[in-house]
Write a protein that binds this ligand. Sequence first.
Ligand code: DGY
Length: 321
Amino acid sequence: MSKYKVVVTGAVLPSALSALEEQCEIYRWNNNEPDETAKRLQAAEGLFVASKIQINEALLAGAPNLRVIAQPAVGYDNIDIAACTRHKIPFGNTPGVLVEATADLTFGLLLTSARRIHEGWDWVRAGKWHQGLPLPFGVDLYNKTVGIVGMGAIGTAVAKRAQASGMKVIYNNRNPRPDEELLKAEYRTFDQLLAEADFIVVLTPLTEESRGRFGAKEFAQMKSTAYLINASRGPVVDTQALYAALSTKQIAYAALDVTDPEPIPADHPLLKLPNLLITPHIGSATMETRNKMALLAAENILLGLAGKPLVTCVNAEVNYR
Ligand code: DGY
């Protein structure tokens, strides 16, 4: 039996690669071989996107045989979904499997920055404990209000962690959730949330509407003691405005798992600020979760190639053929 032709971009975990290799002939996208890569794309029936390249009309026009695209991530701001749908190509992401790991990291950023855990570690390593130098105090979580912007599955999981620490949860979505009583979370308009929250957790996907949603105007509406935690996508926060808000102490602190630009250069002015913590986009980066994401993306590819509906498909209208 001849094998399906699949192009893979980026690094794929061995479990997913073996699952694919059983049924597919794999070509690893190679920027140093543009002609060969273009030729392989021409013939490709499946595209496994592990390096977050832009999937747009131009790329799809050069890949006329594609029948499925999958990416081991829940976010898909690098994928032109409308173009995939026009080409009748189902696109699979990996929601669900990364919820708990991402919620742990998001709440971890909140806790670490509130309690200055990373600064404490730096301070011990620098021998300052011995010298009796004071470490700045952190702030309590107990009785504080966390405002979650983008209350989906990950937001809900963060809310549970916050409630376990004695925090009140408010949230903003396009519309109030019908299950908010069950979640013990209260809906607020965006402006109300900005003014009321002690910790603002950003989990909204990057869209044209959410791009730059946190800018100078929004920082001016926040408490001067507020913490901003961004675990969604970097461009949801205006980096220059954040720099201004942190350096003038208009807000107290920011903890970011995502940045704009990403990766953020080591000499970026933001990195010189004392009231900031950045992790390198590791929301879902545990062995177990990344493995589940890779396997789900591989399963989506194999299903699409077999003409079956994907398990998790963003453009459901082309998931049944
Ligand atoms: C996701 O799955 O979208 C995470 O942010 C990793 O990119």
